[in-house]
Design a protein around this ligand. Structure first.
Ligand code: CTP
Ligand code: CA
Length: 226
């Protein structure tokens, strides 16, 4: 049965989701980013809203419309993603889902004038960005936390390891090396892991996968109390 907004399986729950890429500025005209389209995260936000949840979507720069009934808060950098997601969680959050493809590093310094070309080689010094998901999962009373893991090899092993290391309740692994799936595609195939179990979903549309993922989360959160 498809959950209806009023009496859905997540009615009364507050869900915070991160989506899209981040953008790390080098100078006024250049930045570092990645291939994330935000489609998976937006589909997850739509699924959560359809299940009756109150949804805040913390989104990096993407070209997607706000899903119906979802409050979108736009961010640019990884640092802004951490600040905005933390503030949203502070407002009350039962479920935190990190689907954003956050840049792991940012340029050590922002150069406020356009960098002119000079020598034949140039290097950029990068520093680590904060980890939004790990920061929220490490709170005293964390929400039910769900991570994503995009991998190209040893998908199951790396995903299980990330779930443990970041203290997550669930992780959604996708193999980004499969042609035609993931990134800008409307389709995906994932395996969802939780301590003691897993379920593979797809290949299917990102919306169908998101709907099934939200159903799994709803089942697990009712088991883990709150
Ligand atoms: N994540 C995050 N903030 C970061 C990096 C990652 O919130 N600065 C979240 C992602 O949204 C995802 C999960 O952590 O839900 C895993 O991201 P991933 O890039 O696969 O893991 P990393 O820990 O960054 O490890 P690596 O890139 O080295 O595989
Ligand atoms: Ca990463």
């Amino acid at each position: 049965a498809s959950p209806q907004a009023a009496g859905g399986v997540l009615a009364g729950r507050r869900v915070v989701i991160t989506a899209g890429p981040t953008r790390e500025p080098i100078d006024p005209v250049r930045y570092i980013t990645n291939h994330s389209s935000g489609k998976m995260g937006y589909a997850v936000a739509m699924a959560a809203a359809l299940a009756g949840a109150e949804v805040v979507l913390v989104s990096g720069p993407v070209s997607l419309p706000a899903p119906r009934g979802v409050q979108v808060r736009g961010v640019t950098t990884a640092q802004e993603m951490l600040n905005t997601a933390s503030a949203a969680v502070d407002e009350g959050c039962d479920i935190f889902i990190a689907s954003a493809a956050v840049a792991d590093y940012r340029p050590e310094q922002f150069v406020d004038q356009k960098i002119k070309k000079a020598s034949d080689t140039m290097s950029l010094s990068l520093v680590r960005n904060p980890d939004t998901l790990a920061t929220i999962a490490a709170r005293d009373k964390p929400p039910f936390t769900v991570g994503f893991a995009a991998e190209t090899t040893d998908v199951a092993r790396y995903a299980a390891d990330k779930m443990k290391r970041k203290k997550l309740n669930m992780i959604v692994a996708n193999d980004v090396s499969i042609p035609g799936l993931g990134f800008s595609s409307d389709r995906n195939a994932v395996t969802v892991f939780w301590p003691g179990g897993s379920e593979s979903i797809g290949p299917d549309s990102k919306q169908t996968i998101a709907n099934r993922l939200m159903a799994l989360i709803a089942e697990h959160i009712s088991r883990t109390a709150t």
